[in-house]
Design a protein around this ligand. Structure first.
Ligand code: ZN
Length: 331
């Protein structure tokens, strides 16, 4: 039994090295508080980093072994998207991060694969970096935020990116960065994460579908983290809106629910009932294994959790744990 984790982040060692002492990594800095907790300082904002974020590839491999995870499809830490910084900063941090992932893949190709980070505020630069990682570094695609400084990906300026990703066969995985749309409404109780991540993903589904991106790019491969958020549960209301409102049909020839099977969804939904509903709604071939390593919202024993589920067949468990990603990514 294999397991391939598509949702496993990397805070690159080049960041840790460059920010030693009072050093900077392309304007980013690092601070410690009195308790010794580490923070990245990005564009003036402090982001706490968990202890595992500093782990070396060897320490990561040992943890993967203890969890029974065979492959990490590495994606750079989402706190370093840097879309709101100068494009030159995002280009430099993307290249450094992606190069480090390339080195990890080269050293352990049976244990690591790669999703890039891209400077999405500069579409030509993002396409150039995606082309570099796909054609020269052997990556499988990229992970991007649900928006670029408030602009969602149905905006026309992003269409060349979608065309390029489709043509390159790159898997694009959506994952929030830092604050979410819930943050300004209620930043307490960890709601920006526990609700915001799911709301962000649902808006991304709707933007790509209602905005006509999925029709413009019929071979585009998209993965929505965190089970696609509320997409499956809320799809009936999107369909109803499409029926009754002309503005919902403007760019969309078919009901939104007919696009559910165009996407992939990771299994990070935390309850068996939600996972069963996701599978029954989108199809077992569309659900993939993800853990959110190394953050505190990670599944504690992810492989064991999947294997323990009572309402999934053995074939369904194998599809989620590795077969779907083996096929999708050619691993
Ligand atoms: Zn994550």
């Amino acid at each position: 039994m294999r397991s391939i984790d598509i949702h496993a982040h990397l805070t690159p060692q080049c960041f840790w090295r460059a920010t030693q002492g009072s050093g900077t990594w392309h304007t980013l800095r690092r601070e410690q508080d009195a308790q010794g907790r580490e923070y990245a300082v990005v564009g003036g904002h402090r982001q706490q980093l968990p202890p595992k974020a500093r782990w070396t590839p060897e320490e990561r491999l040992a943890d993967m072994d203890s969890l029974g995870v065979d492959v990490h499809v590495l994606s750079p830490y989402s706190g370093f998207y840097n879309y709101d910084l100068d494009p030159s900063v995002a280009i430099a941090t993307s290249r450094d991060s992606n190069n480090e992932i390339r080195d990890m893949i080269s050293a352990r190709p049976e244990r690591f694969a790669g999703l890039a980070t891209l400077p999405m505020q500069d579409v030509p630069a993002a396409i150039a970096e995606l082309e570099r990682v796909m054609t020269q570094l052997g990556f499988k695609g990229a992970m991007i935020n649900d928006h670029v400084n408030g602009r969602t990906f149905d905006e026309p300026e992003f269409l060349p990116f979608w065309k390029a990703a489709e043509q390159m066969g790159a898997l694009i995985m959506f994952h929030q960065g830092g604050e979410t749309m819930v943050s300004p409404r209620n930043p307490r109780y960890h709601l920006p994460n526990t609700i915001g991540n799911l709301a962000e993903r649902t808006v991304t589904y709707a933007a790509l579908v209602f905005g006509g991106v999925m029709d413009a790019c019929p071979d585009l491969q998209i993965c929505l983290c965190h089970g696609g958020g509320y997409t499956c549960y809320g799809i009936g209301r999107m369909d109803r809106g499409w029926e009754v409102r002309p503005e919902a049909r403007q760019l969309l020839p078919n009901p939104p629910s007919t696009y559910l099977r165009r996407f992939y969804y990771d299994c990070i939904v935390y309850t068996e009932e939600a996972l069963r509903y996701l599978i029954d709604t989108v199809g077992i071939d569309r659900v993939v294994f993800g853990t959110d390593w190394p953050y505190d919202m990670v599944f504690d024993w992810p492989v064991s959790w999947i294997l323990s589920l009572k309402h999934l067949t053995q074939a369904e468990k194998e599809a989620i744990l590795w077969k779907n990603l083996e096929r999708l990514l050619g691993l």
